[in-house]
Ligand binder design. Structure first.
Ligand SMILES: [Zn+2]
Length: 381
C-alpha cells in the first residue's frame, strides 16, 4: 500500500460522540440526498442484515454508483425502477465497488452492461471476485480445506456440512455473481473527479484485501463500505485459501491509519445508518478486538484449539456458514496474538493446532470479570 495521504491530526483534537442524523433508511427504490450530489439508497438483503446501503454520486453527464446490491432478480428490478424514477434521465457513467463481497458486486455486471460504463475496483478485489465467481476449484472440497478445518479441531463431517450449505447457497443472491470482463483500477491516494468534487481513494484491509473507501474533504463525507460500520463489526477471517494469513493485523493497522481522518466527517457505511463520530467508532472497534484478544489469551492458559475459542467470542447458535465465519474470526484473533508473541501455536499429535498463552505479563494485564460479553450480532458482512 502506498504512503497514506491523510494528514496527521494533533492528538488533543476533540472526539465526537456517535450521532445518526437520519433515523431510518430510505424506502426501497427511493433516494435521500445527504449532501449536494450525494444520494443514499438501500437494497434489501435476506437474513439479519436486512439491507445494504448504496450511494449515488452526481457527475456532469450522469451518475456514479457506489456498490450495487445482491445478484438476485429483486435487486435487479429495483435498480430498473430507480433508473426510471430517480436519476432525472441521466445515465450511470461509472460503477465503484468498495470490495468483492456478493452484496457489493452483485449487480456490477448488470449495471455496466446496461450503460456500457466502466467498473472501478482495486486490483486485489477485482481479481479475487473474478476467481471466486468462476467455477474454479473450491477449498470446500479440497484437501487444503479438509486440513484447515481439521487443524482447527472441527468434526470430521464439518466439510460435508459446509459443502451442502454451499450448494444451496449457489442458487441464492448471496452466491458470487459473474463479473464484468474488465475494470479500471483504483489505488490508494488516487483522486476521482466527480461533478464539482474530488473524491480520494482510501484503502483499508482485513475484512477484504484492498477495500476502497471514498473520501471527499470538501463535502466532509467518507463512504466507508464495510471498513467502518457504526453498530455491527465486520467479519475479519482467516480462510483455507490463505491459512497462514494475519488479516486482523491488517485490520488494526488500517484502523490506526484511519484515525488520522478529521473527526467531523459524515460517514456513509454499507450497513446500519450514516453517522458522525468516526474516531470514536474507530477507537471502539480497536478496543473491541483488543478486548477479544485478551479474553482469548486468558482462555488459552489451558492449551486450546480454534473451535474451543468460539464460545469466548460468540454466544449464539451458529449454522455451518456462520460457524465458518466465526471460526475464521477466532483464528484471525489467534494469529495476531501469535504474531505479538502472546500465544504459541503447536501442532498436536491429533493433527490440531493448540494455542497456549506465553506472555509473562498476562497475569498483570488479565481482567476476566470485566470483558465485553461474547458477540451476539450477525456474522455476515
Ligand atoms: Zn464485506
Amino acid at each position: 500500500m502506498a504512503d497514506c495521504p491523510l494528514p496527521l491530526l494533533p492528538m488533543s483534537a476533540p472526539e465526537l460522540a456517535l450521532e445518526y442524523p437520519h433515523s431510518e433508511h430510505p424506502a426501497v427504490t427511493t433516494t435521500v440526498e445527504l449532501a449536494p450530489g450525494v444520494r443514499w439508497l438501500t437494497m434489501p438483503m435476506g437474513g439479519s442484515l436486512t439491507h445494504i446501503n448504496l450511494y449515488l454520486l452526481e457527475d456532469h453527464q450522469g451518475w456514479w454508483v457506489v456498490d450495487t446490491g445482491l445478484s438476485d432478480t429483486a435487486t435487479k428490478d429495483y435498480w430498473h425502477d430507480l433508473w426510471a424514477k430517480e436519476l432525472g434521465g441521466k445515465p450511470v457513467v461509472g460503477v465503484i465497488c468498495t470490495h468483492m463481497h456478493p452484496d457489493h458486486i452483485g449487480q456490477s455486471k448488470m449495471i455496466t452492461d446496461e450503460f456500457k460504463c466502466p467498473l472501478y475496483m482495486t486490483r486485489a478485489e477485482y481479481y479475487q471476485a473474478r476467481s471466486f465467481s468462476g467455477s474454479g476449484p473450491s477449498h470446500h472440497s479440497s484437501w487444503q480445506g479438509r486440513i484447515f478445518y481439521e487443524q482447527a479441531g472441527m468434526p470430521g463431517d464439518y466439510l460435508e456440512q459446509l459443502q451442502k450449505m454451499w450448494s444451496q447457497r449457489s442458487s441464492s443472491g448471496m452466491s458470487m455473481p459473474e463479473m464484468p470482463t474488465g475494470y479500471n483500477r483504483l489505488v490508494h491516494g488516487q483522486e476521482l473527479s466527480i461533478g464539482h468534487h474530488k473524491w480520494q481513494i482510501v484503502e483499508g484491509s482485513g475484512h477484504s484485501p484492498e477495500h476502497a473507501c471514498l473520501y471527499c474533504p470538501e463535502l466532509k463525507i467518507f463512504i466507508s463500505g464495510d471498513q467502518i460500520l457504526p453498530i455491527i463489526t465486520s467479519n475479519v477471517s482467516v480462510h483455507p485459501t490463505e491459512p497462514e494469513a494475519n488479516p486482523l493485523k491488517d485490520w488494526m493497522d488500517s484502523h490506526d491509519r484511519l484515525l488520522s481522518l478529521p473527526d467531523d466527517l459524515f460517514v456513509l457505511p454499507a450497513h446500519n445508518l450514516p453517522f458522525k463520530g468516526i474516531r470514536t467508532r474507530l477507537r471502539e472497534l480497536i478496543d473491541h478486538h483488543e478486548d477479544r484478544m485478551l479474553a482469548l489469551e486468558e482462555h488459552c492458559v489451558e492449551p486450546s484449539v480454534a473451535k474451543d475459542l468460539l464460545p469466548v467470542l460468540f454466544n449464539r447458535e451458529l449454522d455451518p456458514r456462520q460457524m465458518m465465519m466465526a471460526l475464521g474470526e477466532a483464528i484471525a484473533h489467534a494469529h495476531l496474538l501469535v504474531h505479538r508473541n502472546r500465544l504459541s501455536r503447536t501442532l498436536g499429535e491429533d493433527g490440531c493446532y493448540y494455542y497456549r498463552s506465553i506472555d509473562p505479563t498476562l497475569e498483570r494485564r488479565a481482567h476476566p470479570d470485566s470483558h465485553n460479553k461474547p458477540n451476539d450480532q450477525p456474522i455476515m458482512v
